[in-house]
Write a protein that binds this ligand. Sequence first.
Ligand code: ATP
Length: 121
Amino acid sequence: MKRTPLRQSFVHAFSGMWQAWRHERNLRIHVVVAVTVCGLAGWLQIPPRDGAILVLTIALVISAELFNTSLEVIVDLVSPERHELAKTAKDVAAAAVLVLAIAAVIVGLLILGPPLYGRFA
Ligand SMILES: Nc1ncnc2c1ncn2[C@@H]1O[C@H](COP(=O)(O)OP(=O)(O)OP(=O)(O)O)[C@@H](O)[C@H]1O
């Protein structure tokens, strides 16, 4: 099997991110929310461990969105016409992102909620 040089692998990965960013509105929304959450976390000076949980949660949601995008592209490639299985594949992948997004909102509220309340109460 031919080996791709490490630097080239990074180029491919960043190219994938750029393509997903250009074509996926949901990914752009996730990134904007993630940047806002990170700014809020910095302003609230949350403990490093809470920050690590936030970073991990954000990474999970964005990774899921990237996998979802990849799956959509594969489905469109193998099934350009409408098909019940294509619908199931895309809907289930979208459900996976939704589960993580809901979990991320809960994590965000649990971590940022109390210090945010403390600032304004
Ligand atoms: N080939 C297909 N056959 C049947 N249904 C399809 C097909 N392609 C898409 N769909 C249906 O349309 C929905 C939206 O598909 P689309 O490819 O437009 O994804 P999208 O709008 O980019 O989704 P997301 O918001 O998750 O990124 C799918 O979840 C599925 O229900």
